[in-house]
Design a binder for this molecule. Structure first.
Ligand code: HEM
Length: 181
């Protein structure tokens, strides 16, 4: 994945727990890089190792970290560094989610060789939709959930998110039921 992802994990950790914890996490992960460059490519394994090490050092489950990372990605990385892109996504959560299937094609103007996620959206009722998240990468279910929660927060909307189905293989989506309460 692009280095921007690993840099954002660093931001999440240092802003919430301090830079000493981040140094411990890097040592624990066994990763040799001293710092990450946003536009450089790193093995996916690097990201997974950082999440695993963060979980061990901070004593928080990997799912909790992924959830927090998803929120951080929207509320900090997204809004602080890619405001125009985020703005273009929509003016409400529903509009943003309906546009989500095309979102990463605009991201690809900045990061041309990403392996983007794939989304499908099904409107169930006025107050409920189902979001299908397809990924070539395993284990990112709670990152996606954190992204949804972060988006809702950024639009100041109250929602509930229920995981209806969890990805088993590459062809199976995570399915989230999103309802406005
Ligand atoms: C601020 C705008 C955004 C930027 C710049 C961005 C950029 C990226 C980048 C660089 C990656 C790593 C992929 C790679 O390097 O191969 C990624 C992955 C991902 N992004 Fe975005 N993204 C943005 C917003 C969003 C939003 C709003 C969502 C969904 C609500 C989202 C969902 C995901 C997911 C789930 C992945 C994991 C990839 C996978 O499943 O394989 N992103 N994004």
């Amino acid at each position: 994945m692009y280095g921007i992802i690993n840099k954002a994990i660093e931001g999440l950790v240092t802003e919430n727990f301090g830079s000493e914890k981040w140094d411990q996490i890097k040592v624990q992960s066994g990763i040799k890089e001293d710092r990450f460059l946003s536009n450089d490519h790193y093995e996916d394994a690097t990201t997974y190792q950082l999440i695993g090490a963060a979980s061990q050092v901070l004593g928080i489950s990997q799912n909790e970290i992924l959830l927090a990372f998803g929120k951080y990605w929207i509320l900090n990385t997204g809004h602080q560094h890619y405001g125009t892109l985020m703005h273009a996504g929509g003016t409400s959560l529903k509009e943003f989610l309906l546009n989500l299937p095309n979102f990463h094609s605009r991201v690809m103007l900045i990061y041309p060789s990403i392996t983007p996620p794939d989304f499908k959206v099904f409107t169930i009722t006025d107050k409920e939709l189902h979001l299908y998240y397809y990924s070539t990468r395993p284990g990112l279910t709670y990152f996606a959930e954190g992204l949804i929660v972060g988006l809702a927060e950024s639009f100041q909307e109250t929602i509930s998110v229920v995981l209806l189905q969890q990805r088993v293989g590459e062809r199976d989506p995570d399915i989230f039921k999103i309802s406005w309460v």
